[in-house]
Design a protein around this ligand. Structure first.
Ligand code: 3HC
Length: 707
């Protein structure tokens, strides 16, 4: 967007008047421009709402004003309601009243849209008589991602512009729609490459005083079958979001009078806004932004990245390569074993083909990705002067200290000094690996989660010597991949795997004490986990944790409690879904799991060997013991300084381990429980966990609600 100073219309502006500390009105002859100026993203705070309300009243009353343009300062329209206000009752005027005032204004109001017009911001634009956008604009109603539905007419006005089925799709996905598509859908009246303010003023003049309210437009015809398909798709994809409520609200557009439908939409919005799920999702929204912060990082200079090496063409390496290609980088995939390299390249091509088949990519886009992919057989080839230099190499070789140490030594010796060396280790000591490279300041951990193309979490591990410039580059790189980066310190299993191991251990102990794996899974799934811990183990393969246990065997406290059932399963060749059996027996297509008498027998033998008399567990017993284990270990991770803040732990568990998002993560969840409930669960855990358990001092943490 051009700045006001460059604006061609500036010469005609008379002095501006302020209607609140965030909204001012500027005059251009017989037209007015209402400017919202609430940095950084013009969130629709109480001040913005009251400012627009008062400015529009002024426009309505002033006989010298014929029409008005509504726009945001600083390159964006309005990013939505200010969700920091959502924990308290909302101050008047609330957004529906502001939009009603725009519609009631006898003069046309044109929205000039740049940057983001999201949520309540988009609803304000839908309340205007026309919408002019720039090519950089995104519009959308992302409310369901915050556990609410649009609450200021979005469910009623959008269908009148785009039809029921498109409105259901947009509202239930929360998808951000770019200007070009918004124009095609009929949301925008025009897109201007040039001066937005000028184009909007011209449009306002061209209306000749006529109102063009969306609320007066008839609902476009939309075949029943298409609406039904949109409904079904939304219900299938909308897990953990209030899509059923959103669909119902959109449906009112075809059934009720406009004002009745608006009132019902608002009532539903308010009910959801004040609920637990919405509070949890708001917490995660701010947690994601907090997680980017680290002392000194803002001032550190990021390295430019163009070409990235991925070393190791296994499942993880090829997945990482696919994710990096999709973000627009050049990728060189390296593997010394020709068959492994070929298989890795094949997996990347298959992944692209799957995305094309699913309509997520066009053939053209996929070809661009693959055009940027090359392969090499050795690390030494990266030093070949004939090849373009790599700016960063991510090693994703076998998770073994010796193998990785040798790889780090080679990378340190081969790569130019400016190149960053990233390790995808999920457990190993990053500081020791960094030393092996000979230049530890350029080593950082990038712990991806499988499948790397889909999982949003990326643990960015700062070693003792990692330079701030390298950390900044890694964090920014994660964001360009569309990931949620969480910075972790060095420690076995970093943040996520360490906490998950503590959780899994308690679940195994409960099985030893009398619970069945399917009871534990059912209890955790009832709490909201997508899969219980034993189903997850079978899915990812029991051999990974087995290998890790053997790695730690030499250093494990021999007096600590140890559950041998998973070892017995692995020794019996039951490695999970890939072998058709693990904690469960799996159907050939892997879609169904069933308890297996052989597992029961193994469990009973282990109980007898441990001298345990089995006892019954209720779902509540299971949930509280497992959750207390997560909270306890989370606090130990915080105390050890491996995680910077409690909300980072929430992000890691939600985005990497299936903790239900609508509970906000383990520490947020614990903080919403009565303190006595959490302390009782922690005491029970400490009593049952057996030798070797480290209790955290939960009472010391100011996380918990006092009652
Ligand atoms: N309310 C309060 N603060 C917000 C906010 C909002 N809606 N949107 C962004 N912010 C804050 C962020 O927390 C961040 O604060 P910080 O600097 O202190 O960490 C700052 O603004 C900048 O935000 P980002 O870091 O996200 O900036 P980006 O440039 O990366 O992204 C954006 C900008 C695309 C606008 C992104 O912030 C965003 O998607 N915002 C949320 C949009 C949204 O969900 N709107 C719907 C709100 S609900 C609603 O409108 C209800 C209505 O129907 C009644």
């Amino acid at each position: 967007m051009s700045s006001f100073l460059e604006d061609t219309h500036l010469s005609a502006i008379s002095p501006s008047s302020s209607f609140s500390d965030t909204v001012r009105l500027e005059r251009e002859g017989r037209l007015a421009v209402v400017v919202i100026d609430n940095p950084p993203v013009n969130a629709g705070s109480a001040s913005v709402r009251s400012g627009i309300h008062a400015a529009v009243a002024h426009v309505a009353a002033d006989p010298d004003i014929d029409a008005c343009v509504l726009m945001g300062a600083g390159g964006s329209f309005i990013a939505g309601s200010d969700i920091r206000e959502f924990d308290q009752p909302l101050a008047d005027p609330q957004l529906p009243a502001v939009i009603a005032a725009i519609e009631a204004c006898p003069k046309p109001v044109v929205a000039a849209l740049d940057g983001a017009a999201l949520g309540g911001g988009f609803e304000v634009a839908l309340g205007c008589d026309a919408r002019i956008g720039t090519p950089h604009l995104v519009v959308g109603l992302p409310e369901v991602q915050l556990g609410i539905i649009p609450g200021a007419g979005g469910t009623q006005r959008l269908p009148r512009l785009v039809g029921m089925s498109a409105a259901i799709e947009m509202i239930c996905s929360g998808r951000r729609v770019k200007a070009e598509e918004a124009l095609r859908l009929g949301i925008l009246d025009a897109v201007t490459e040039g001066d937005l303010r000028g184009a909007a003023l011209d449009h306002a003049s061209s209306l000749g005083g006529a109102k063009r309210r969306v609320r007066d437009a008839p609902l476009p015809a939309d075949p029943v079958a298409r609406v039904e398909k949109a409904r079904q798709d939304a219900l299938r994809q909308g897990r953990g979001r209030p899509v059923r409520d959103a669909i119902e609200a959109v449906g009112w557009a075809g059934m009720l009078g406009f004002d009745d439908a608006l009132a019902k939409e608002r009532e539903l919005f308010q009910r959801l806004r004040t609920g637990e799920a919405a509070a949890a999702l708001r917490h995660l929204f701010f947690a994601e932004r907090e997680a980017l912060k680290f002392p000194g990082l803002k001032d550190a200079a990021a390295h430019p990245l163009g070409r990235i090496g991925v070393l190791g063409a296994g499942t993880m390496g090829s997945g990482i390569a696919s994710a990096v290609l999709a973000a627009g980088y050049q990728v060189v995939l390296i593997d010394p074993v020709p068959a492994a390299l070929e298989a890795g390249l094949g997996r990347i091509r298959e992944s692209e083909a799957r995305h094309v088949a699913a309509g997520r990519l066009t053939v053209e886009q996929s070809r661009h990705h693959l055009d940027r992919l090359t392969a090499a057989g050795t690390v030494a080839a990266l030093a070949d002067a004939a090849r373009p230099a790599v700016d960063m190499v991510i090693e994703a070789v076998f998770e073994d200290m010796q193998v990785k140490t040798e790889v780090m030594r080679q990378l340190g010796a081969t790569l130019p000094g400016s190149a960053i060396i990233a390790s995808n280790t999920s457990y190993l000591d990053l500081d020791a690996l960094a030393e092996a490279s000979g230049s530890p300041e350029r080593v950082v951990g990038l712990h991806f989660f499988a499948p790397a193309t889909l999982m949003r979490l990326l643990e960015v591990v700062k070693g003792r010597a990692t330079g701030l410039d390298v950390l900044r580059t890694a964090r920014d790189f994660a964001r360009t991949l569309g990931k949620i980066p969480v910075i972790s310190g060095v420690g076995d299993g970093f943040i996520g795997n360490r906490i998950y191991s503590a959780y899994r251990a308690q679940c195994e102990f409960m099985v030893e004490e009398g619970a069945m794996p399917q009871e534990v899974d059912a209890a955790m799934e009832a709490f909201g986990f997508a899969l219980g811990p034993f189903a997850v183990g079978d899915l990812s393969g029991l051999d990974i944790a087995w290998k890790n246990r053997r790695r730690l065997a030499a250093t494990r406290d021999p007096g600590a409690r140890y559950c041998a059932i998973p070892d017995r399963l692995c020794e019996a060749g039951r490695l999970g879904r890939k072998t058709g059996a693990g904690w469960y027996r799996h159907s050939a297509d892997g879609r169904t799991r069933a308890p297996d008498p052989e597992v029961l027998q193994l469990i009973e033998e282990a109980r007898a060997a441990a001298g345990v008399v089995p006892r019954a567990f209720s779902p509540e017993d299971i949930q509280m013991r497992a959750l207390a284990a997560i909270v306890n270990e989370g606090i130990l991770v915080l105390e050890a300084g491996i995680a910077q803040r409690a909300s980072d732990i929430d992000l890691v568990l939600v985005h990497g381990y299936g903790f239900p998002a609508d509970r906000g993560g383990p520490l947020f969840w614990a903080g919403r429980q009565p303190k006595a409930r959490i302390l009782a669960a922690a005491a029970n855990l400490a009593a049952k966990a057996g030798p070797g358990f480290r209790p955290a001092d939960l009472g010391r943490w100011p996380l918990f609600s006092p009652t």
